[in-house]
Design a protein around this ligand. Structure first.
Ligand SMILES: Nc1ncnc2c1ncn2[C@@H]1O[C@H](COP(=O)(O)OP(=O)(O)OP(=O)(O)O)[C@@H](O)[C@H]1O
Ligand SMILES: [Mg+2]
Length: 364
């Protein structure tokens, strides 16, 4: 059913008037800088999204300008763009049927092969941005800015995109999303380069494979830092202080809790994610190197998926295994048969059962 848009700002109403065949069904106001309306295009017969955003009056390179240069399956396509006011514009794109990756990860368990495929797609989309003649860095890759359509990841939100300076190979650092900001984007001479997008893609890979990051930044602060924060009254100062705490955490290599990855993630995948999220020098310098390493681990990759009851390994040399969390038992079956408990395995936790299974059936 159509939503009531009469309470939205004048510019939004004005933008919608330009699209009389658009029937708004959802309004996303989570963005800092505008509105995204999802709805049905009654002539195209498909769902589309209209993003209405504010910008500087004299800004030439705007979000749709960047997107329109790129035709790639994993980069959002812009179908139409219009100016609403001197400092407000809008553009129309296809709507992603699963919404953004943050919502997708909250709603679904991603199998190991799907996580691998989505990460490869993300890197492929980033390489289209980075490649000549575009030389663009996204600078704000995070789950909320990546969309999922069917089984495909699509890079969106080009609000922070910049072109790399060909001489310095750098762009100014973005101050967006401190949690996803690479180390080089902090400090007295912050900058951003192609490998900074690699870092953010590495963090997204970590999340796709089941690692956990908290959006509540105070979880990364020490007790002393939290108590200092409570003495700061100015909101801008508060946010500056929190940023400095996250910076310290990243510098100490303590932001990412590798133990939060599920126990079944193979060591070679962990190693790749660690390289992608290292500091410059140790990190992949470009997405092709990252992608190449990932393609090497595709062969022999176990098809693990988690659900509320346990951990399932599907079709490993024709057999299926299920580690049941409730009683730490291993169940086994052939394809079309039913699962039966295998009493040869016992342990105090699913990960203990996993270690026995790993040794027995030669898992990576
Ligand atoms: N094409 C789309 N299909 C489905 N959902 C979308 C689409 N575009 C945006 N969204 C939703 O709207 C949210 C906000 O969009 P987006 O990230 O582009 O804007 P923003 O964060 O307001 O941008 P900015 O950072 O420039 O202020 C996304 O996180 C996503 O949930
Ligand atoms: Mg966004």
């Amino acid at each position: 059913m159509s939503i009531d848009t009469s309470q939205l700002p004048e510019e939004v109403i004005c933008a919608l008037k330009q699209y009389p065949d658009f029937e708004p069904l959802e309004c996303n106001t989570s963005g800092a800088n505008g509105y995204v309306l999802i709805g049905k295009h009654n002539i195209l017969g498909t769902n589309v999204a209209i993003k209405i955003y504010y910008h500087e009056a004299d800004e030439i390179d705007q979000e749709p300008t960047y997107i329109s240069k790129i035709t790639h399956d994993n980069v959002l396509r812009v179908h139409d763009a219009r100016k609403i006011d001197t400092n407000c514009s809008c553009f129309l794109t296809s709507a992603a049927n699963y919404g953004d990756l943050a919502k997708y990860l909250a709603d679904y368990n991603v199998s190991l092969p799907l996580a691998h495929a989505l990460l490869c797609q993300l890197l492929s989309g980033i390489s289209a941005l980075h490649g000549k003649p575009n030389l663009l860095v996204h600078r704000d890759l995070k789950p909320e800015n990546l969309l999922i359509h069917d089984d495909k990841i699509v890079i969106a939100d080009f609000g922070s995109v910049r072109r790399i300076n060909e001489t310095t190979q750098k762009a100014p650092a973005s101050r967006h999303s401190v949690l996803y900001r690479p180390l080089e984007a902090f400090g007295p001479e912050p900058f951003y380069n192609f490998s900074s997008d690699v870092y953010q893609a590495g963090l997204i890979g970590f999340l796709l494979f089941g690692g956990k990051l908290s959006n509540d930044l105070t979880t990364y602060m020490t007790r002393a830092e939290k108590s200092h924060l409570s003495t700061i009254s100015d909101v801008v100062e508060q946010s500056r202080f929190v940023d400095s705490c996250i910076y310290n955490r990243i510098r100490a290599k303590k932001l990412i809790n590798w133990d939060s990855l599920p126990f079944y993630i193979p060591g070679n995948i962990k190693k790749i994610l660690k390289t992608a999220t290292s500091t410059i020098g140790k990190r992949y310098t470009n997405v092709s190197d990252f992608l190449r390493e990932l393609s090497h681990v595709k062969y022999n990759m176990p098809d693990w998926i988690v659900n509320n009851e346990g951990y399932e390994l599907r079709n490993w040399n024709g057999a299926y295994y299920f580690i049941r969390s409730e009683d730490n038992t291993l169940l086994k079956k052939k394809k079309s048969k039913d699962y039966r408990v295998d009493n040869q395995f016992s342990g105090e936790s699913p990960s203990a059962i996993f270690e026995q299974l790993k040794a027995r059936i030669g898992l990576p």
